[in-house]
Design a protein around this ligand. Structure first.
Ligand code: SF4
Length: 234
């Protein structure tokens, strides 16, 4: 973790921290790919919460744990004690990959959503993009991973993965569009990489994928990626 960095105005912000309401209060969000956590990480989190008297530990909608209300001087020590990477929370790029249990633990699972979620996080979490990108991976069409309302969504079906682009669950919600279906895991990852590259090159700064698709039209995105129009699903 690099030393304290200076914001444009106001007090210096410790590296890897998010300013909170009130002076000298910060939050951190450790990286927890697909919301999977080990016993060692849980123990490290509990120790840090007690040691630094962190007032709020909050499960986020992105399947992460935010530690909120940390004093500026304690931030480097908390990170060092946790020994965990930083999950993006304010910078532009892939903020998180949420994934349902899929075939690892769910009787309805048709594909390995946790496995694909881990690969997505590994391959794309460092990418700089025009705006934040959220990814949802579901092991079957019931979509517990909220795949159709995430910037990038993956849905497991018996014949493989469906890749969805341009969803959003915010104040202007949008259902994502299917780009392709029946893909194996490698093909799905390759397509996600290509659509993110297209988005990175063509979108305006701060333009979320939903607004990008609304502005360009999904047909233009498909054409740029050399994809056919999808057939009608039963
Ligand atoms: S989306 Fe399907 S596989 Fe995933 S948790 Fe829900 S029911 Fe299970």
């Amino acid at each position: 973790m690099s030393p304290i960095t200076k914001k444009n105005s106001g007090p210096p912000v410790p590296s890897g921290a998010i300013p909170q309401r009130g002076a000298d209060s910060y939050a951190i969000v450790p990286r927890l790919p697909s919301g999977v956590i080990t016993a060692d990480q849980l123990e490290a989190l509990a120790r840090a919460i007690r040691t630094y008297e962190i007032p709020i530990a909050k499960l986020t909608s992105g399947q992460r744990i935010a530690l909120v209300g940390i004093k500026a001087g304690d931030v480097p020590g908390v990170w060092a004690d946790l020994g965990m990477g930083e999950g993006r929370a304010v910078k532009h790029g892939v903020h998180y990959v949420q994934a349902c249990p899929g075939t690892a633990a769910c009787g309805y699972g048709q594909q390995d959503s946790l496995g694909l979620g881990a690969w997505l996080e590994e391959l794309f979490s460092g990418l700089d993009l025009p705006a934040k990108v959220k990814v949802g991976v579901s092991g079957c069409p019931m979509c517990c991973g909220e795949s159709y309302v995430r910037d990038i969504g993956l849905v497991g079906r018996k014949n493989g993965w469906t890749v969805v682009f341009g969803g959003n669950a915010g104040g202007r919600p949008r259902m994502g569009d299917e780009l392709a279906a029946g893909l194996d895991a490698d093909q799905a990852l390759e397509l996600v990489g290509r659509v993110l590259e297209h988005y990175r090159e063509q979108a305006k700064k701060c333009q979320r994928t939903a607004r990008f698709v609304e502005a360009r039209g999904i047909a233009s995105v498909r054409a740029a990626l050399g994809l056919a129009e999808p057939g009608v699903r039963d």
